[in-house]
Each structure stands twice: as C-alpha cells, then as structure tokens.
Write a new protein. Structure first.
Length: 682
C-alpha cells in the first residue's frame, strides 16, 4: 500500500451524483447516471449515491403504474449494471420495482456487474404534497427476502448492510428519503448493527427553509449514529407541475459538514468527500453508551443481513486526500468561529476560577508572571475573575522572579503587563537563594564553573514555585498555575516543587497554540479596557523559552534556550497531541494528515489562515517532530500527569488529568508507537 494513498489510512471517498433527469424517460436518466458514475470512479470514489427514483424521476405520479415505464426502468438498470462491470465503485440507484404483484420505491446497490441487494423504502409519506401510498407499498409489506432481478438472485429488504471485505470499516446501509424524517430512522438500527456509512436516496422538493432543515437533520443523524451520512435529492428535470426542486446533496461525518452541492443547477453534478472511517469506529469504541444502545436494541440489530463485496481499489499508487485538515485543530480557521471559540474558552476558565475562589473562601491569588504566553493568559483570566467577584484587581499578587538567564525583554514585559492589569506587582530576585541551594548541593556553578545541567535548571524552577507557595501562605492566597496542555503532554515542566504544581491551574487543558490566539483575541478586542494592549502583542512576538540557561556566564538580555528547538514546533506538537489524545491514531496516520495539512501549498489556498505564519514541513521534518512527541508522551512523562493540580477541562480535544480524560500507567513503553513510526517512508 502506498503511504500517500488515502485508502491506506482508512479513508473512503464517498460521492453523491445528481444527474439531470427527464420525467418518465429511463433511457436518458440511465445515461446521465452512467456518465456521473464513470466520472466518480475515475476520481477514486468508493461509493456514489443517486437520487430517489432517479431512473424514472420522482414526480411520475400515476405513471408509476404503467408497465412501459417500469420495463424501461429495468432496462436502464441493466445499462448501469453493464457499465459497472469494470468499475470498483459501488453505485446506489433509485427506481420503482415490481415485487410479488406490488410496487416498491427501491434503492438498488450494485458493483462490478453484481447487484448486491435491493432496499425498499420503509416509511411512505402521505401528507401535504406527498401521496406515495397511492403508488407504493412499504418495506414491511414485502413477503419475500430475496428476488430475481436481471438474472440475479439478490437480497431484498430494508435491514441490509453491505460490507467491503478489503476495507473492513466501510459498511453501508441505505434508507430512502422519508425514512430519516421519522422519530427512529432505520439507519439508527443499522448504525448499531455496524454500518458506518448511511446512505439516503431522496427526491425532496424544495420550499422556503427546507434546505437548512435538511442540513440539521442530516447533521444530527450522523452525530447520533457516529456515522457518515450521505444524502441526495432530485434536481434539474423533475416536474414543476406543483413543486420545485433544488438538488441539494449533503455529506456529513459525525455531525460535521464535509460537502454540499450547488443548489438550483440545470446541469448534472456530483460532489465527493473523503470520510474518515477510523474516526467513526474509534468514536464508537470511545463512547461506551453506543455499545449499551446495541445491547438494548439487540433484537433489531440481529435482524440485519450482511452482504460482502470487494472494492479492489488500486492502493499501490498515490491518491491524495481531498479533505481540509486544519493545521491548528484546537483553533478554528474561520475568524468568526475563532473569536467565538476564544470567548467560550475564556468564559470556561473564568467560571472555573471564580467557583474555586468562592468555594474556598479565599479572595487573593498569587501568580508567577514571566513575561511569556502562559502566565500572561492566566493573569488575564485572574483579572476578569476579580472583576466578576467584585474584588479589586490588587487582590492578585503578581510576582516576577528573575533568575540567571532572565532576559531584559521578558522582565520588562512582565512589569508592563502587571501594570496594565492593575494587580499588585512584586519582583523577587531568586539568584541569591538559588546560589545558596547550589552551594548546599555542591554544584560546580556555586564555585564559578559554567555548568548548566538539569539540576541548575530545576533549582531555579523549584525556587520560583517555593516562593509562590510561601507567599501564598503569608498573604492567605491561592497559587494560580500557568502551565498548559502542550507542556504537560511533552513533560516540559519541573516535577513537584516546580511549575508542575499549584493550588489551581486554569491553563492545564489549553494547548499552546490556542493560548496564543486567546492572548491575541484579548488584545484585538481590548478586553482589558482602556489600557495599552501593545504589551500583549510584544509577548506574542517573544520566542518561547524557559530562560533557565544563560548564553554565557553573566550575560544579560540574551537567551540561549529555545523551547521549540528542544522539543519541536508547538504547532506540530499540538497537531500530534490532538490526533493522539482525541482519536488515538497511529503515528503513520498522524504523519499522513500532517503532511497533508503542513505540506507545500499554493499561496492563498486557505485564506482563513492569514492570522498565522505560513510554515511548511517536509515529511522528514514531520517524522522527526513526531518521534520527539512519541518518546516524550508515551514514555517518561506520565508520572507528572498522574498528580496534576485541579483544573477545568476546556475543549473536546481532551485533557490529561488522571481524574478525567487520561488514565495511563507511569511506566509504560513507547516501543510499538516508535516501531509504527519507523514504517513511514522517508
């Protein structure tokens, strides 16, 4: 299997075809269907769905009882079936079908010249403009479970699943139009029986407001069923005697829109989307209530029959993913959604901190202010918490604590920030106490030697936190932690009496990339009020550094350490974290997605990313950074996560609290992840 082929990573390209039609002209409709089927197959599509009664047109009314029309539909089906003989693509076409002296509104599932099954419509609308019960019988009225069709013996019934043997996570179920508008659609039971892609052949005339309702309906059904939902509707050519048609086609995945057709088009068209089947399977595995639902509805689940087929798609050649993968999965690319996300995250952190202060009866906070991103954001949240509690902001005791490598820039930013916020500002030089500690330890630095080892670094981090806790005791306050989710994932924090510990931490489930946008949002929307917000922009432009190792003995204003040089760019590490923590993907799939998201792009391809630097990474760079992540996340850092302070969970991307999203042993190995990573080509 080729690494750059989407089918090698459990994606499936799904499509909806909307052929131009003529009422009661099956030959023409079949030709239009075949043309779109060939186009979709050439694009690597695994499944293409067509409209309800598409071979006849939906608006035939009593013409459905004319033998010539019904014979013509079977002839059109034969032509589609013939065309499919050399195609791997599964086609689902709609047609009226005679079975046991009754007429059914059916979906025919076919591939490579084989009819895999026929699915009759379960619910027939007979209200408003609909009069289907006049022409058709409902699925439950069928007296047989198999029929002869075009010389083949095929399964017949509404409770069928079609499974791809060579893409095991691709399991299809088909329902028809009204079926999804009911309180319990047939696809709900199909999902419980294992179907991951739910197909709806619809005609669905258009009236004002209906298009948005369809979106809501399809979105909710795909979300509830943890499935992809593929929806078609009739377009150009249907009768306008009493109705109009917009040709709305939709593809959703777990509640998220992947593709939508252009409505009110006079031409044939098709839309496609790459569905992440593994994501759906993992969501079902993660949400144990899905399995409980299977048990509660075991009788209905057991009624489903499964028909297997082989796609036979070429996986030895590259087939690029045609799906937008956000470079910043924690940060929406669209400006309006990004602002909304920042507001909500801010409010979640604010509510949590206010509740902690109110419940503890403590009215003061102590926070270490470094002049960097994390402490800046925590201080902004603390300021708003005091506002909400009706307390003066000088109840926040901000402390900047210069050490052996503190730069003049960050020290100045810390002081300016505290002044802008209006908190009590203190400065404590930790160098004397650190020197005494290093002397007590017999460390060479205390004797004038430039030895900057881990002990040298951690003594400074420990002294800072020790001062904060003792100051909090002295002033009857809580120590507010500042460390973020990204640092916790990578173990980039000093354990115990270091930046790992606090009385409460508002940032613990907020990744670094999101904190950047939160600080920028505060600056742009002037959340601090009528003060100088330039300090926030200066902090955003400052290189991320722990500032624990000087450039040379006694150097001032210089920083030797660069956090991202040591542990990789946070923009990539947050990408790795999201798909590891939220979806449990293997390193190879994460690298595949990262290459798609962070590889070379044409300028302006994603205009919504104008707010971020347009970095690009090669696959080799992605692998290098991913290796750092795997080594640090799966081995060596869990003991720090096993005893973190209380902190609010902020997003669906997860947290690393042992009391919440992440429970893991502290002595596990990373060998299987590294071995899988090694299989990625260079």
């Amino acid at each position: 299997m080729h690494f750059d082929n989407l089918y090698s990573h459990d994606f499936a390209r799904i499509a909806v075809g909307l052929p131009q039609c003529r009422v009661a002209d099956p030959l023409f409709n079949g030709q239009q269907t075949i043309a779109l089927l060939l186009e979709a197959a050439a694009a690597g599509v695994a499944l293409v769905a067509f409209p309800e009664l598409g071979l006849s047109a939906y608006s035939c009314d009593d013409l459905f009882h004319q033998r010539a029309l019904l014979d013509g539909c079977e002839q059109a089906l034969a032509a589609v079936l013939k065309a499919s003989e050399v195609l791997p693509t599964v086609a689902v076409v709609g047609m009226p079908l005679r079975v046991e002296q009754r007429l059914f509104n059916c979906a025919v599932v076919l591939q490579r010249g084989r009819i895999l099954g026929v699915v009759p419509k379960t619910f027939l609308p007979n209200y408003g403009e609909f009069y289907e019960a006049r022409q058709f019988s409902a699925a439950e009225e069928a007296s047989v479970d198999a029929i002869e069709l075009l010389g083949q013996r095929v399964p017949f019934g509404s409770r069928q699943i079609f499974a791809a043997a060579d893409l095991p996570l691709l399991r299809l179920h088909v329902e028809i139009c009204e079926d999804v508008w009911t309180p319990i659609p047939p696809s709900s039971f199909a999902a419980l029986a294992g179907a991951t892609v739910l197909v709806n052949l619809s005609a669905s005339n258009v009236i004002v407001g209906k298009a948005n309702y369809r979106r809501q309906l399809v979105s909710q059904q795909s979300a509830r069923c943890l499935a992809a939902y593929v929806y078609s509707s009739a377009g150009a050519g249907e009768s306008s005697t009493d109705l109009a048609w917009d040709g709305q086609a939709l593809i959703y995945e777990n509640g998220e829109a992947l593709a939508e057709s252009e409505r009110f088009q006079r031409r044939s068209q098709w839309i496609g989307a790459d569905v992440d089947l593994e994501r759906l399977a993992r969501e079902r595995m993660r949400q144990t209530s899905f399995g409980q639902s299977v048990r509660l509805h075991a009788a209905q689940v057991k009624e489903f029959r499964t028909t297997e087929f082989a796609l036979g798609l070429d996986r030895e050649q590259p087939l690029a993913l045609q799906r937008k993968v956000e470079r910043f999965p924690y940060v929406p690319a669209e400006r309006s959604r990004r602002d909304e996300r920042c507001q909500e995250v801010y409010n979640i952190q604010l509510q949590a901190l206010v509740q902690r202060l109110a419940s503890s009866g403590i009215a003061r906070l102590v926070i270490g202010v470094s002049g960097g991103l994390d402490s800046t954001h925590a201080l902004l949240v603390a300021a708003r918490a005091m506002d909400q509690l009706g307390l003066p902001r000088n109840h926040i005791i901000g402390v900047t604590m210069p050490g052996f490598a503190t730069g003049e820039r960050t020290r100045d930013q810390a002081l300016r920030l505290m002044a802008a916020v209006g908190c009590e500002a203190q400065e404590i030089d930790i160098r004397p106490s650190c020197t005494q500690m290093l002397k007590d330890l017999g460390h060479p630095f205390a004797e004038g030697q430039p030895v900057y080892d881990i002990t040298f670094e951690n003594v400074q981090a420990g002294e800072r936190t020790s001062h904060l806790f003792r100051l909090a005791n002295h002033r009857q306050a809580l120590v507010l932690g500042t460390g973020d989710l990204s640092e916790l994932a990578l173990g980039w924090c000093t354990y115990g009496v270091g930046d790992h510990m606090s009385h409460y931490n508002v940032n613990a489930s907020v990744p670094k990339t999101l904190i950047k946008h939160l600080v920028r949002w505060v600056a742009e929307t002037r959340q601090l009020g009528a003060v100088d917000h330039q300090v926030l922009l200066d902090i955003l432009d400052t290189e991320i550094s722990p500032e624990l190792v000087p450039a040379d003995p006694g150097a001032k204003g210089q920083v030797l350490q660069s956090t991202e040089s040591a542990i990789g760019p946070y923009e990539l590490q947050d990408f790795n974290l999201f798909f590891t923590l939220r979806h449990g993907y293997a390193p190879s799939k994460i690298a595949f997605l990262a290459r798609h998201a962070w590889g070379s792009r044409e300028r302006g391809a994603w205009p919504d990313e104008s707010h971020v630097q347009r970095n690009e990474y090669t696959l080799a760079e992605i692998k290098r950074v991913l290796r750092i992540f795997v080594q640090r996340f799966f081995k060596g850092s869990q003991f720090k996560r096993s005893c973190v302070p209380n902190a609010p969970k902020v997003g669906s991307g997860g947290s690393l609290s042992p009391r919440g999203d992440w429970r893991a042993p502290s002595d596990s190995e990373s060998a299987v992840w590294l071995a899988e990573l090694d299989r990625i080509p260079d």
